[in-house]
Design a protein around this ligand. Structure first.
Ligand code: DGJ
Length: 546
């Protein structure tokens, strides 16, 4: 693939001419929260991830940037394909990456890059042909019967070495073309790693490792964190006898749950070494993403050993170079999964979310309830109709509120509101300062069927409901979202909460602009505030006590 000359010139000139003195994007603790710092300031990702094949040719994405802007994205999440950047061993071609950088910069958009390296959704479909064709040199994982899989084995130093080399070359290239511009914010290492269709690799090297001792780095971690481990890991360890040392089956049993812990350790060590090799060249924040578990599935039936909640401790002990564990949330119980990844030391970043009209309110929940540093809908280049309209409207609110959201992350003054089931019968309660807020959700049938495409985006779909609320003062709240009716009660003894004022408005460069004062029927004569369904709005409400 030859690199377009204009693109090369653009990328290198812009890198050379840049006078920005800021260090590369990083994650840094500031006050109550870990922030993604970009050019010296906290940054909130309003993202979309393109389809898997959409960045294989520069011309494919080019017409879509206007749409990404219209969706109010500030960051595009895009794969980098090992087979395209290293078509022959040691010969690199970064033309697709350079063209992508150029397109993003023209559109004033940031990027998160996905390293489709050794694994993509468990499989090794993006390894170069010279790797695929040489299983003797680059061994594959095997199932219980010894059948080789289309999955490179995590137990091969040669597999690891070529991935490290390619990833380091990519990061070195990024440093040289983007080290001063910071178009790229973070990098995902591999994609949805996990063993399938058996819970562990049964190749000869894997079997030897399984029969060997659990590494001291893990046994030491377990001993020093006992009682504070994820309950999933703690219970498997205790059920096997809670031993302090031993082989993998002695410490965790030899059923699929124990085998998954073994795989998690070796996947995590592999990803850690790939990430560390990349960071040596250019130390951007790096994360891994997880394919989540369908209810009732056992290890081996889902990609096993990835950065799943019950395996966080194993990943933490094994992979210090990985900064974040991220969920790809395609299930309807969005809030439950989001909360499971919002843990101390693991700020929430959702690189993939199911695209549907509900994505819009799921995003508001992720920022509001979990202080997410970023959210991204999958297949953003194909979203259309109501999904696109709802997401654009929701991201517009997030863009207006971003300074407030960033300032309130992690300090207990912000909440998310999202129906917790198909039917939310009781109002949802959140406590902020001296007030309890009770949110009821209201959906409405869509009137505009122009974008109807069947499924959840189709004519039968109801408009989504949900949002976020920020306590901006002892008696003042900013509420953003759609389909919400909120009543308030004071937690001070003997005090009844009343609405002093309520207004609809917008933020313009951080400054509040009134659109309409709301009273009378719009607040049910001072009893509640209501953000109508079918529209994404912001209201500012001030309360008082009597
Ligand atoms: C999750 C993967 O990480 C993505 O690359 C893509 O394959 C989606 N699933 C498809 O739904």
């Amino acid at each position: 693939m030859s690199m377009p000359k204009a693109a090369t010139l653009f990328v290198f000139l812009s890198a050379a001419l840049s006078v920005r003195a800021h260090p590369p994007p990083c994650l840094r603790r500031q006050g109550a929260a870990t922030q993604l710092i970009v050019d010296g300031r906290p940054f909130l990702i309003r993202g979309g991830e393109v389809g898997n094949s959409s960045a294989t040719h520069p011309s494919h994405l080019e017409p879509a940037w206007a749409k990404f802007k219209a969706l109010n994205l500030n960051t595009l999440i895009v794969p980098v394909y090992w087979d395209l950047i290293e078509p022959a061993e040691g010969r690199y071609d970064f033309s697709t990456v350079d063209e992508l950088l150029q397109q993003a910069r023209v559109s004033q958009m940031r990027l998160v890059l996905l390293w489709f390296g050794t694994w993509k959704n468990s499989m090794s479909c993006y390894v170069p042909a010279w790797v695929k064709r040489n299983s003797r040199r680059f061994p594959r994982a095997e199932d219980r019967t010894g059948a080789p899989q289309e999955i490179l084995s995590a137990f091969s130093a040669k597999n690891l070495r070529i991935d490290e080399d390619a990833f380091a070359a990519l990061m070195g290239h990024l440093r040289s073309v983007d080290g001063a511009r910071h178009t790229v914010l973070m990098v995902q290492v591999e994609n949805e790693m996990g063993m399938i269709p058996t819970a562990r690799d049964h190749s000869a090297a894997a079997n030897r490792a399984f029969a060997g001792p659990v590494p001291a780095a893990l046994t030491g971690y377990l001993a020093s964190h006992s009682g504070r481990l994820d309950p999933g890991l703690q219970s498997v360890w205790e059920a096997a006898g809670g031993r302090r040392t031993g082989t993998w089956s002695e410490m965790f049993g030899d059923d699929p749950a124990g085998e998954e812990i073994f795989m998690a350790w070796y996947f995590a060590r592999y990803a850690d070494q790939v990430a560390a090799a990349g960071k040596m060249e250019y130390p951007l924040p790096m994360y891994v993403n997880a394919a989540l578990i369908r209810p009732g599935y056992a290890p081996g039936q889902y990609p096993s050993g990835g950065p799943l909640p019950q395996l966080f401790d194993v990943w933490r002990a094994a992979a210090p170079a990985i900064d974040l564990f991220s969920p790809d949330i395609y299930f309807r119980n969005f809030s439950e999964w989001a909360r499971r990844y919002d843990r101390p030391g693991n700020p929430l970043f959702i690189p993939e979310a199911q695209p549907s009209p509900e994505t819009s309110v799921n995003a508001l929940y992720a920022y509001g309830a979990c202080g997410a540093i970023g959210f991204s809908a999958f297949s953003i280049d194909t979203v259309a109709g109501r999904t696109a309209r709802c997401l654009a409207a929701s991201y517009s609110l997030v863009a207006q509120l971003q300074q407030l959201i960033l300032a309130h992350r992690g300090d207990g003054t912000m909440a998310g509101l999202l129906p917790q089931g198909a039917e939310e019968l009781q109002p949802q309660e959140v406590r902020l300062g001296n007030y309890r807020l009770y949110a009821a959700f209201e959906h409405k049938a869509p009137v505009d069927k122009a974008g109807a495409g069947g499924g959840t985006d189709g004519p039968a779909a109801l408009s989504p409901a949900g949002g976020l609320v920020i306590a901006t003062g002892p008696d003042e709240f900013i509420v953003a979202g759609t389909g919400l009716t909120i009543t308030f009660s004071s937690m001070l003894p003997g005090v009844t909460a009343g609405i002093l004022s309520c207004e609809e408005g917008r933020f313009d460069h951080g400054a509040w602009q009134n659109i309409l004062w709301l009273g009378g029927d719009q607040t049910d004569q001072g009893r509640e505030i209501r953000l109508k369904p079918g529209k994404f709005t912001i209201q500012r409400v001030t309360l008082y006590g009597y």
